[in-house]
Write a protein that binds this ligand. Sequence first.
Ligand SMILES: O=C(O)CCC(=O)C(=O)O
Length: 292
Amino acid sequence: MTTTPSHQDIDTSVSLDDFRRDGFVVLPDALSPDEVAVLRDETARLCRGERGPVAGIETARPGDTDDDVIRRYLCIHHPHKVSETMAAALHQRAIVSALTQVIGPDVKAMQSMLFIKAEGKPGQAWHQDEFFIPTRDRSLTAVWIALDDATTENGCLWVLPGSHRAGVIYPDREHDDPRYDCTVESYGFPYQESDAVPVELPAGAALVFNGYLLHKSFPNTVRRGLRRALVNHYMSATSLLPWGEPRKDEHFAKADYRDIVMVAGNDPYAYKGLADVARPGVRPDREGGCDR
Ligand SMILES: O=C(O)CCC(=O)C(=O)O
């Protein structure tokens, strides 16, 4: 990715007190305007299928503009598996600096998600990312990078500050709430809707948050507009990751997802080698029905 010289000079220090208390911090200038522009352009390339197969992406019709094509999709999972630009974004300097402060010196990534969320597209109900990606040391950390200004109108993230601190994964269930996509929702937690705060961010800013933090988003309700965001997930490389298919075949204590990307420090499990199992695909956005 291109980085302007002035952008190299930004302060990348994070308030660890804030992160530990609230479960999140904002990096106001994580990406330069040039870096945001590159990722937006790459979004169109991915949605046109120009970077390789993405399950659920249709062939573009003759005359389709980039804008026509990208607004068909809510979110692409694992874009870094086919896009060098998205893979490079995992290593972005300001973000890796923040991660080494909140996680420790050895950091690996295991997931990327590219949200596009045009007008009318749904949000995602309350959840904790560690429910889906269970680390053994609770080090899962999300970096939610705004590629458009994220506002309450276009469906920014909402968080329950401090909800990570109990270290509890709350129960999850399926739901039929049309405001949200098909992903299961958390319930039974000791917080009210009125405790939630919106995280409005300008394009280029990033929210770094703990994997136990309860968070959600509402639909994009603007008349016409996109709420693009790139969300990358990281954890300590010193922890195993019992996630994905290997879990079914191996004893749980040994299971370790190895389709990872090291972004800082050392990988103590490098002797195991790497896997190539994740495949990019489009997330169902409820319009096509939730296949359960
Ligand atoms: O960006 C959104 O609308 C939801 C993202 C989210 O909740 C997540 O990445 O865990």
